[in-house]
Design a binder for this molecule. Structure first.
Ligand SMILES: C[C@H](O)[C@H](O)[C@H]1CNC2=NC(N)=NC(=O)C2=N1
Length: 125
């Protein structure tokens, strides 16, 4: 007879094992704590937080420049396998960042935010 406690223990270890085996991103990318989020936000002051998302609207000269920015960010997004939710309206581009797989903000969102800031700074001069 297996006790509830043992059963729970087995369930947890099975979940963890599967997660590691499958390379589950919940294991690879733990969500940040509130304190960590507050700390990281200070390094990307142009970004606001909307629940589980980091949000910034970038403004460029025109549509072509906006697309140039999006294409640069897309290359980085692909290389780190972390993709922004993107809204493009003529010369304005809004990025919403979150780690969908983890259900919250992770270090990857802040990395992509900082990289996007750098691209925008370069394009805007
Ligand atoms: C299967 C694929 O690796 C995952 O779905 C990746 C792709 N890009 C992603 N991008 C973002 N922003 N969050 C994710 O959780 C995520 N997961």
């Amino acid at each position: 007879m297996i006790s509830d406690r043992e059963n729970l223990g087995m369930m947890i270890s099975t979940v963890s094992f599967d997660a590691i085996k499958e390379g589950d991103s919940r294991m690879r990318y733990p969500t940040l704590t509130e304190a960590e989020i507050e700390e990281h936000l200070q390094r990307v002051p142009m970004w606001t937080r909307d629940g589980n998302m980091l949000v910034r609207t970038f403004q460029f000269k025109d549509f072509i420049q906006a697309l140039q920015f999006v294409n640069q960010a897309a290359e980085t997004a692909e290389s780190i396998n972390h993709h922004p939710d993107i809204d493009i309206r003529y010369n304005k581009v809004t990025f919403r960042l979150t780690t969908h797989d983890s259900g919250g903000l992770t270090i990857h969102d802040f990395e992509l935010a900082a990289a996007s800031d750098d691209f925008a700074d370069t394009i805007l001069g």
